[in-house]
Write a protein that binds this ligand. Structure first.
Ligand SMILES: [Zn+2]
Length: 236
């Protein structure tokens, strides 16, 4: 006996009608399910991408928030980290031997690499920033292009130095220093000794070009100090 014959006609019709409806419903639900999953997946990847780019923006924003008039905050080196290099000039002990060697190598070619300044305490930086600002009748923003506000100078770390050419003292702290043999030597060999020019022309920090100002990045500790400055160059 046919199984369907047991079911009254009305019910049979209903059941015949309901089967395709159910299948359509099931196919529909599955399609919706796949659709929703796809949308969720796409959304998730877009969200992740947005999140990723937000992160990059955030990290460069954080650096910008930390900076003051283009300068980044630097803690003072401790007394134990500093050594006297020449009368009145202290540097971080990690750069003492390195710079002595640089002077020696340059001298072999008749070039006088002169150390003009090294470590500066935050107090000294305060005097330089505020006194020069009033002597030169400059506003803080104008002065900040040439000098860091106290607490924001690379010199506080002991890893930053100002270099001059002993044979051309009139170019000390002047852009003309870039024409001296000492600068040309630095340009060619400084990276070998892990020194980099902190404020090249048109630098991202917006600080005036300072061909005499170099910072040391040859130790993990030094690299950490200048990580934020290097990120500005990378992200902006
Ligand atoms: Zn300097």
């Amino acid at each position: 006996m046919n199984y369907q014959d047991d079911i009254p006609l009305a019910k049979r019709i209903r059941s015949i009608k309901t089967i395709p409806t159910n299948s359509f419903l099931r196919i529909g639900l599955i399609s919706i399910g796949i659709g929703v999953s796809l949308i969720l997946l796409i959304n998730k990847s877009i969200f992740q991408q947005t999140n990723y780019s937000n992160n990059s923006i955030n990290s460069s924003e954080t650096i910008e928030n930390q900076s003051l008039l283009g300068h980044l905050p630097y803690a003072e080196a401790s007394k134990e980290e500093l050594v006297l290099f020449s009368p009145g000039i202290y540097v971080h002990k990690d750069i003492y031997e390195t710079f002595k060697e640089m002077q020696f190598k340059a001298a072999q070619k008749g070039i006088s690499l002169q150390l003009l300044s090294g470590y500066r305490s935050i107090d000294l930086q305060r005097d330089i920033f505020y006194e020069n600002k009033s002597i030169r009748n400059q506003t803080a923003i104008e002065r900040s292009r040439d000098s860091a506000p106290p607490g924001y100078s690379e010199h506080s770390t002991g890893y930053a130095i100002d270099v001059g050419d002993g044979n051309y003292p009139n170019t000390h702290f002047e852009v003309e220093f870039e024409q001296t043999p000492a600068f040309k030597w630095m340009e060619r060999f400084a990276s070998k000794y892990h020194f980099v020019l902190s404020f090249p022309p048109n630098n991202k920090q917006g600080v005036s070009y300072e061909p005499w100002h170099w910072r040391f990045e040859g130790t993990i500790n030094a690299l950490r100090k200048f990580e934020a400055a290097n990120k500005i160059i990378k992200f902006k």
